[in-house]
Design a protein around this ligand. Sequence first.
Ligand code: MG
Length: 414
Amino acid sequence: MISTQYDAPPFPLLCEVIKARSVTISPSFTAIIVAGGQGTRADLAVPKQYAMLAGKPVLAWSVDAFLAHPACGAIIVVVPSGDEERARAALPHRKVIFAVGGATRQQSVAAGLAEISKLTANEDIVLIHDAARPGISHAVIDRLLRAFDDTAIHGAVPALMVADTLAHGAALLGETLSRENVVRVQTPQAFKFSEIVNAHAHWASDAASDDAQMVRANGGKIAVVAGDAHLEKITRAEDMLLVERMLAGRQNMRVAVGMGYDVHRLVPGEGLWLGGVHIAHDRSLEGHSDADVVLHALTDAIFGAIADGDIGAHFPHGDPRWRGASSYQFLIHAAKLVTERGGTINHVDCTIICEVPKVGPHREAMRARIAECLELPISHVSIKATTTERLCFTGRGEGIASQAIATISLPEIE
Ligand code: MG
C-alpha cells in the first residue's frame, strides 16, 4: 500500500520534507518496457520509440516516469536484436537494463521476465509497458499498485470507458455493439511476478493480445483501474502530434540553479583565455587545458544545476585528450547534457575576479562567445568583473578567480 498521509505541518516549507519522510512504499515493482516496434505503421523516419517527442525520445518518456517513481526497483528495456546501441543513445544517463527481445511482443516480454529472474532483488510486482505509450503518469502506476491491496488479485490493468458507438463494418455499417461493460485496455499492466511467469510458461498460442489475456487464461484475476487519456498509443504519424501536445501541456518544469567556482594561477606568458576570448596580456593562466577560468566555473555551474558531478569528473585533469584543450568544448558538453535531459538553460551569470587584465573591453565578446556555445540569446548571458582591492591572491595578481551561476529548467515527472 502506498501511504502519502502526513499531519498537516504548520509551515508550508516543512510540508515536502515531512511528506517525503512519511511515504512508505509497498509493494515495489520492476518495470519491463517493450520497445520492439519498427515504426512502419507510424510512417516515421525512425521507429516510433526513438522519434523525438516534446524534447526527448518517445522511449525516454516511459523510462523517466518509472525511474522517478519511488517504488520502482529496476527497469528492463527490451529491444530487438541490433537495436541496443540506438536504445542506449536514446537513454543517456538512465540506469536501465537492456534485454534483447524476440520476434513477437510476447517473446519480448518473456525475455524481460527472464532478465528479472537474474536480478538479486526480485520485486513482487512487475509492470509491463509498451514504449509506444509515452504518457505514463505516477497516478496510473499508483492505482495499479493499490489494486494489489486485494490479495486475491493476480494482476491489474488501466482501462478507459468507450465513448464512441461501436459497430461492425468496413465499407458498409453493420450491427451496432453494446458498449456496456466494454473498456479500452492500456498499459502498463501490473502482475504478481510468479503469475505472469506461469502464464507465459503455460500459454500455448503465439497470438496473445496482451499479458492480461495470458494471465486470465491461466486462471488469474485481473483488476481494472482507471486508465488515462494521456496513455494513448502512438500508432500513426498524426498520433505523435496529438500525444506531443498532451505531454507538452502536462509537463511541469522545475527550475534548478547551479554554482561554479574556479581559480587558475597566473604565470609569465603572452596572453590568456577568459570567457572563450583570447586576451593579449603579459601573463598567462596555468592549467592542463587552456585554463579558461570563466568557462570552467560556468561549466561547473551547469553540472551543478543538473546534479551531475563536476568538471574534474567529466574531464579528468591528467587526461592527455584535454591537454591544451579549448574549454568551450567542456561548456558545450555540459549544455548537451542539459538538452539530453529535456532541459533548457535559461540564464548564466559569471563574475571574474582580478585586478588585470581589464574585463570591460572584452565583455561583449565573451558574452557573444558563451551565447554561441550555449545556443542562447546574448541577453541571457551576463559577464561581470570585480577586483578584491589588491587584497588576497587575486589582488596580488597571483591568479584569477571566477564564479558562475547557471539557471536551468528541467522537466519534472508527475
Ligand atoms: Mg579550472
